[in-house]
Design a protein around this ligand. Sequence first.
Ligand SMILES: NC(=O)c1ccc[n+]([C@@H]2O[C@H](COP(=O)([O-])OP(=O)(O)OC[C@H]3O[C@@H](n4cnc5c(N)ncnc54)[C@H](O)[C@@H]3O)[C@@H](O)[C@H]2O)c1
Length: 281
Amino acid sequence: MMKVAVIGAGVMGSGIALCSIQAGYPTVLFDVNETALQRGMDYIQTQLKVALSKGKTTQEKVDAALLLLSATPNRETLVADFIIEAVLEQLPIKRELFQFLETINSEKTLFATNTSSIPITQIAAALKHPNRLVGVHFFNPAHIMKLVEVIKGVATDASSAEIAFNWSQSLGKTTVYAADAPGFIVNRVARHYYVESLKALEENVAPLQTIDRLLESSGFKMGPFKLMDLIGVDTNFSVTSSMFQQFHYDPKFRPNRIQQQKVEAGHHGRKTQRGFYTYED
Ligand SMILES: NC(=O)c1ccc[n+]([C@@H]2O[C@H](COP(=O)([O-])OP(=O)(O)OC[C@H]3O[C@@H](n4cnc5c(N)ncnc54)[C@H](O)[C@@H]3O)[C@@H](O)[C@H]2O)c1
């Protein structure tokens, strides 16, 4: 069975590791921040308990999944067959990480990035073997949302993309190939849900609670401000900034000052208990 490593134990990494162990893959979780690593491990346990209490899994399956999970604070040990990263949405961090991982892994290891917006081609360009890097883009919460986009960069081998596609399918995901275009498919379309709502807030069209309520009552599962809090206000801002740049500063993707200030204040959403709304633990 393919050994999997998940790098970054935040909102997405912990959910991806959970999917991986539930599908039977021995999976190691790593984060540079030991508190985040522990939080990610706790999150996985809690989500399994929730699934058990809802009758969506059995105690035997939970026990089997947990036996496949391990955590490490030491990145020198990250040797695996399939390594997927979900670290901060910043090109230099992702590039440095894969450059390092290439030096300690075999030439057969496949690398994947969960980036929402950074071109796979740009991340891969820093690697000795850019053909082995593929985009595997989960949605939040990763263990619940069915869709995964698989993205080939210009240099990605078709066989690498196929392995990633099959891995995603084996997790029970609805998997689609997307081109290496800014924001791929879903984030490109969905960007305006956030950008336009922030613009409406900035222009005092309505309070954010009203905007959320109206969009929810018109059929969206979550209003844009609640959704940004779930995603991570910081992550959502980084994705908008990255797409703005990649679309050559097309104003329709312009990041918003209100969101930038939330990021600067450390109000990153649910993960910091404060974003557009406040949350109890
Ligand atoms: N949040 C979402 O809804 C969402 C959805 C799809 C994709 N993504 C993408 O997934 C990635 C992670 O997003 P997130 O929301 O999970 O972020 P997050 O802020 O919740 O978690 C990121 C984690 O990465 C860790 N980290 C930072 N640098 C690291 C490094 N060099 N090595 C190891 N760990 C490192 C941090 O300590 C943190 O725990 C981003 O690329 C983002 O665009 C996010």
